[in-house]
Design a binder for this molecule. Structure first.
Ligand code: TEU
Ligand code: CA
Length: 535
C-alpha cells in the first residue's frame, strides 16, 4: 500500500554518477548525463534515485573520499546542476537520495590538512584518530588493525604520529566523540534537505564509533564487543540525525548501509527514533537455493517487524559482483564470497536466474533497490587489464582481490562498440573499458526486444506500482514442492519461483501477470519465476 512514507515501498535506483552517462565527453559520467536520462528512469518505473557520492573529491575511492560535502566535484558538474537535477527529478515525481559518508573524509579535507599542520595532542588532531606508535621509536603502528582495503589501518605522518583509516590511507577516520564532528554532519544533512533532497544513504553506518582505547583484537574471530563495528555509541549519532530529518514537514528518510550478520543487532538501527530503513544484503550470501532464500526472507521480515520498519531487498550494488555473474557460477560457489575470480560462468543461466530473482525481490514486502545496469542484465566485467583498474582494493591487495571495477563499467546506451552511447561522439574513452560483447545489452538494443531484461523490469515495476498489495504489507507463504518458493500478497496476487531442476505445476490461477521466461503449459520450468493473478 502506498503512503507518504515512500521508503516503505519505493523502487529505488542506485545511480553511480561516474558510470551512468557522460554529458560532456570526458569519458566520465556526470550530472548533465544523468539529467538527460531522467525520462529513461521514469519510463523504467523508478520512484527514487540514490546518487552515489557526487561531491568534491580526489577520487582515491571513487568519491567515497569527500573533500567538501557542500560542493559538487567539477568532473560531475556544479551545485546548480545538482539543484536542477533534484528539481527535475521531483517534476517527474521521483525522489532523490544523496550519499553521506560519516566514517571518514578525504585526506584533502580542510580538517585533515589542518590536523596535519597542528601539533600532536592539538584540538585539530582530536577530530581524527591520531596516536603515537608502538616500539622504542614509535615506528610500529598503534595497534594491529587492518584496513578493509588491505594493509595496516594506520599511516604515519612526518612528525611521527599515526592516524587511523579503516579504508584507504586517503580516508582518515573521523572521531565521532567530537561535538564538532557531530554538529558538522547535522549541518550537512540540513544543507541537502534544504535543497529538497528526500533521503540520505548513510555509508558504512555501523562503523563510525570506535572504542577509544583502540584495543587489538583477534581477527580470526568476531569479538563481542568489537572495537569498531556496531558500538552502542552509533545509535546516539543517528538519533541526532533523525531529529534533523523529523524537523522537516515533508518526510525525509535516513537509509543505512549497515553490514551486520546478526539481524537483531541490525534491527536496532531501525528503531523509531533512528534510521528509517537499511539495506538488506542477505540475498548476496544465499546463492541460488530455495531453503536459504526462504530462511533469509523469514529472518529479515521478523527482524523488521520487531521494530516496525519496512524491509528492503538488494541483489547488487557498486561493491559486489553483479548478480548475473554470481548466479551464473556453478552452484557450489554461489553462496561463497561476494567477490571472487571465477572463470566458470554460465551467463545465460545467470541471466535466467537474475530475471526470476528480479520478480522475487519486487514481489516481496518493502522497498527494492536496483543498481544501475541491473535492468540491462549486465554481467560483471572480469577481464579489465591491470593498468585500467581503478579500485584501491585491487591495488592495495596487489590484485589478489579483483576489487569492484567490474561492476562499475560505464553503461551501454546504444551502438555497436565503445563507448556505446555512454559519451557523445568524439569523446575521450570511458574511464573503464567496456566489453566488445555489450552491443546486444545496450538500452537501444533492448528497447526493441520484448524478451529483454529491460522489458521485464519495466513491466514488473509497472505492475508493482499498480498493485495495492505489493510494496509494504504482509505476505503469506504457500505450500510448494522442495526447491520452489511460492507466496501470496493480498487476496489475488501470487509469486512462484522454481529453483529446482525440474518443471513444477503452477497453482490454480486466473491469469499469468508476468513470467521471467516462457512457461511450459501449466508448468513452471527451472530457474523461472512468475506472477499470477489468483482467484
Ligand atoms: O562500503 C562499506 C563496506 O564496508 C564495504 O561495502 C566495502 O567497501 C567492500 O565490501 C569491501 O570489501 C561503503 C561504500 O559502499 C564503498 O563503496 C566505499 O568504498 C566504502 O564504504 C568506504 O567509504
Ligand atoms: Ca563527463
Amino acid at each position: 500500500s502506498r503512503t507518504t512514507e515512500w521508503w516503505r515501498h519505493a523502487a529505488i535506483y542506485q545511480l553511480y554518477p561516474r558510470s551512468f552517462a557522460d554529458g560532456n565527453g570526458d569519458g566520465i559520467g556526470d550530472l548533465a548525463g544523468a539529467r538527460d536520462r531522467l525520462d529513461y528512469l521514469k519510463a523504467l518505473g523508478v520512484e527514487a534515485i540514490w546518487f552515489s557520492p557526487w561531491y568534491l573529491s580526489p577520487m582515491a575511492d571513487a568519491g567515497y573520499d569527500v573533500t567538501d560535502f557542500r560542493q559538487i566535484d567539477p568532473r560531475f558538474g556544479t551545485l546548480a546542476d545538482a539543484e536542477n537535477l533534484i528539481h527535475e527529478a521531483h517534476e517527474r515525481d521521483i525522489r532523490v537520495i544523496v550519499d553521506i559518508v560519516p566514517n571518514h573524509v578525504s585526506n584533502e579535507h580542510e580538517w585533515f590538512l589542518k590536523a596535519l599542520g597542528s601539533a600532536p595532542g592539538s584540538p585539530e588532531r582530536e577530530l581524527f584518530w591520531f596516536r603515537d606508535g608502538r616500539g622504542e621509536d614509535g615506528s610500529l603502528p598503534p595497534n594491529a588493525w587492518q584496513s578493509i582495503f588491505g594493509g595496516p589501518a594506520w599511516t604515519r605522518v612526518p612528525d611521527g604520529q599515526w592516524y587511523l583509516h579503516l579504508f584507504a590511507p586517503e580516508q582518515p577516520d573521523l572521531n565521532w566523540r567530537s561535538p564538532q564532528v557531530r554538529a558538522e554532519y547535522e549541518d550537512i544533512l540540513r544543507f541537502w534537505f534544504d535543497r529538497g533532497v528526500d533521503g540520505i544513504r548513510v555509508d558504512s553506518a555501523a562503523m563510525c564509533s570506535k572504542d577509544p582505547a583502540l584495543p587489538d583484537y583477534d581477527h580470526t574471530t568476531l569479538p563481542d564487543p568489537h572495537p569498531y563495528v556496531d558500538l552502542d555509541a552509533n545509535h546516539e549519532i543517528y538519533r541526532g540525525w533523525r531529529a534533523v530529518a523529523d524537523s522537516y514537514p515533508e518526510p525525509r528518510a535516513l537509509i543505512g548501509e549497515v553490514w551486520l550478520a546478526d539481524s537483531e543487532r541490525f534491527a536496532r538501527y531501525l528503531r523509531s527514533d533512528e534510521l528509517h530503513s537499511a539495506f538488506n544484503f542477505d540475498f548476496l550470501g544465499c546463492g541460488w537455493d530455495a531453503e536459504a532464500l526462504r530462511g533469509c526472507i523469514d529472518q529479515t521480515l521478523a527482524a523488521h517487524a520487531g521494530v516496525g520498519a519496512p524491509s528492503t531487498w538488494v541483489l547488487s550494488n557498486h561493491d559486489v559482483t553483479r548478480h548475473v555473474t554470481r548466479y551464473g557460477r556453478p552452484d557450489t560457489s554461489t553462496a561463497a564470497g561476494i567477490r571472487q575470480y571465477n572463470p566458470v560462468v554460465d551467463e545465460d543461466l545467470g541471466r535466467r536466474r537474475a530475471r526470476a530473482a528480479a520478480l522475487l525481490t519486487m514481489a516481496l514486502p518493502g522497498a527494492v533497490y536496483i543498481y544501475q545496469g541491473e535492468e540491462l542484465g549486465l554481467p560483471e566485467v572480469e577481464d579489465i587489464p591491470a593498468d585500467r583498474r581503478d579500485d584501491p582494493i585491487y591495488h592495495r591487495t596487489a590484485g589478489e582481490d579483483p576489487g569492484r571495477d567490474g561492476c562499475r563499467v560505464p553503461l551501454p546506451w546504444s551502438g555497436g562498440h565503445e563507448p556505446y552511447g555512454f559519451s557523445p561522439d568524439g569523446a575521450e574513452r570511458p574511464w573503464l573499458p567496456q566489453p566488445a560483447s555489450w552491443a546486444g545489452l545496450s538500452v537501444a538494443a533492448q528497447e526493441t526486444d520484448p524478451a529483454s531484461m529491460l522489458w521485464l523490469y519495466r513491466e514488473a515495476l509497472s505492475l508493482r506500482a499498480g498493485h495495492a498489495a505489493l510494496g509494504d504489507g504482509p505476505m503469506q507463504w504457500l505450500e510448494a514442492p522442495a526447491g520452489v518458493l511460492a507466496f501470496a500478497r493480498g487476496a489475488t496476487f501470487t509469486c512462484v519461483l522454481n529453483l529446482s531442476d525440474a518443471p513444477v505445476d503452477l497453482p490454480e490461477h486466473r491469469s499469468v501477470l508476468l513470467g521471467s521466461g516462457p512457461l511450459d503449459g501449466t508448468r513452471l520450468p527451472p530457474d523461472t519465476g512468475v506472477w499470477l493473478r489468483t482467484s
